[in-house]
Ligand binder design. Structure first.
Ligand code: HEM
Length: 431
């Protein structure tokens, strides 16, 4: 008999689908549903999902496991070495344009780099790199971002309490100003359109495409690029040459969408720091440390829950078996980021791992991915997050909701940012 990968038995398939996948689908893959986020956090579903993967690895060893559901095959990775291999062979043997991911994202960003298959991907990546780099290298951009953040964060400091809804509303204005320029500050319709289409994306291929809404979103977006003096990333888009098959506005949709993970990570970072006065004091004055705190929040509660690929050619695997082209390949970030068998710091808040090279050495810890499809927005995101948090840390905050984010016990695997609340001023808090 020809050698093959370990195949998950039907009980494992059911466990993976119901406990591993279902919570992600229920909370929304493209747009989080707040009630579902609360429910899955209360149940700490990621802890259950991680246990299943850990159990598979215990029983079958570190090689990947093949799962088959209604004829669709997916290879579930269980070792950091395999994650490194798949990420580094992206665009060679594996594509980021996985079928299910493309079905979800094409509701609002068809033509975006992340879901571009084949040779066109390199051209679109070059355009994305050039436009984003133009901003990162330009002092005008950093100055505009700093001004946008400071202006939008100021009203939050005036209030005595901080809720996620207030924080996110302020962040939406920041994101619009950074992506489309100051002219978009109050364009709530553009955010509404994006989020309506994202909620369609939560249904993958099961939801019909709402072409009229998407056209309206793209027209609104193009208007900012076509302004006499565009601002933010729109200014760089205007100045960056694009070949006919690259729609710059489609690329911008991804930037606009992906930026929505920042308020989640920053808000949880604030929660972690609110329970740790010494680390909070350090983060106030040491920007590199503060950025490491944001990365650490992303490690503990990754906003991208899985790195997914489709194989594009046959690949050979240890043990002598061959994976056919067209198979999905799946790396669950909550599992690898908290792999207690390999990471002594798995369930602790330890920003130092981002400063001494320990986290970067592990490719399976990948909030912004690694390799040829690594996130191009990382610098803009971290710089924005550091400015937001520096502003907020000007006040002392304590948690007033029953979240347990303090030291002294393992941090939960699933966190609910939506009901996390703060009050200004030190005090005991639940921590
Ligand atoms: C907290 C915010 C963000 C997080 C956590 C994040 C994370 C990621 C991850 C994990 C990937 C790779 C997915 C994969 O390997 O399959 C990715 C790709 C990408 N990100 Fe981000 N991202 C964020 C914000 C942004 C922003 C603001 C921009 C643009 C300004 C951006 C631009 C991109 C692009 C263009 C890609 C596609 C790369 C490719 O396929 O070659 N991201 N991001």
């Amino acid at each position: 008999m020809a050698p093959g990968p370990t195949r998950a038995g039907w009980t494992d398939v059911v466990r993976l689908l119901v406990i591993g996948m279902l919570p992600t689908v229920v909370q929304g893959a493209c747009l989080r549903r707040p009630l579902a986020v609360r429910l899955i956090s209360a149940l700490d579903t990621h802890a259950w999902g991680c246990r299943i993967l850990d159990d598979l690895r215990e029983r079958h060893g570190p090689g990947p496991v093949l799962v088959s559901v209604f004829g669709r095959k997916a290879l579930v990775l269980l070792s950091a070495d395999d994650v490194r291999r798949v990420l580094s062979e992206t665009n060679v043997s594996f594509t980021t344009a996985n079928r299910e991911k493309a079905a979800a994202l094409s509701h609002f960003e068809p033509g975006a780099l992340l879901i571009t298959p084949g040779a066109l991907k390199a051209e679109r990546r070059t355009f994305n790199e050039a436009a984003i780099e133009r901003c990162v290298a330009g002092p005008w951009f950093h100055e505009a971002c700093r001004a946008a953040v400071e202006e939008e964060i100021r009203p939050l400091l005036a209030g005595h309490t901080l809720t996620y809804d207030r924080f996110r509303a302020a962040y939406q204005r920041i994101v619009r100003r950074i992506v489309f320029g100051d002219a978009a500050r109050d364009d709530e319709r553009i955010t509404e359109l994006r989020d309506k289409l994202r909620s369609d994306g939560n249904w993958f291929m099961l939801h019909r495409k709402r072409h009229r809404l998407r056209a309206e979103l793209f027209v609104r977006c193009r208007r900012y690029v076509d302004l006499p003096e565009p601002g933010g990333l729109a200014r760089a888009v205007r100045a960056t040459p694009a070949a006919a098959e690259i729609d710059p506005v489609a690329q911008m949709q991804h930037w606009f969408f992906a930026f929505d993970a920042s308020p989640v990570a920053d808000y949880l970072t604030l929660g972690l720091l609110a329970c740790r006065p010494q680390q909070s004091a350090k983060a106030r004055t040491d920007r590199a440390y503060l950025r490491a705190c944001v990365m650490e929040a992303q490690r503990l509660w990754p906003t991208t829950l899985a790195l997914v690929r489709d194989s594009t050619v046959e690949t050979q695997w240890p043990g002598g078996w061959t994976l056919p082209a067209g198979t999905a390949v799946f790396s669950a970030s909550p599992f690898f980021h908290r792999d207690a068998r390999h990471l002594p710091y798995a369930d602790r808040f330890e920003p130092e791992v981002w400063l001494d090279g320990r986290a970067d050495a592990e490719w399976s810890i990948a909030p912004f991915s690694h390799g040829p499809a690594e996130c191009l927005g990382k610098e803009i995101v971290l710089s924005t997050s550091a400015t937001v948090l520096t502003g907020l840390l000007g006040s002392d905050w304590r948690i007033t909701s029953p979240h347990r984010l303090g030291p002294g016990r393992p941090l939960p695997r699933t966190a609910d940012h939506t009901s996390l609340r703060f009050a200004a001023g030190r005090g005991p808090g639940p921590g």
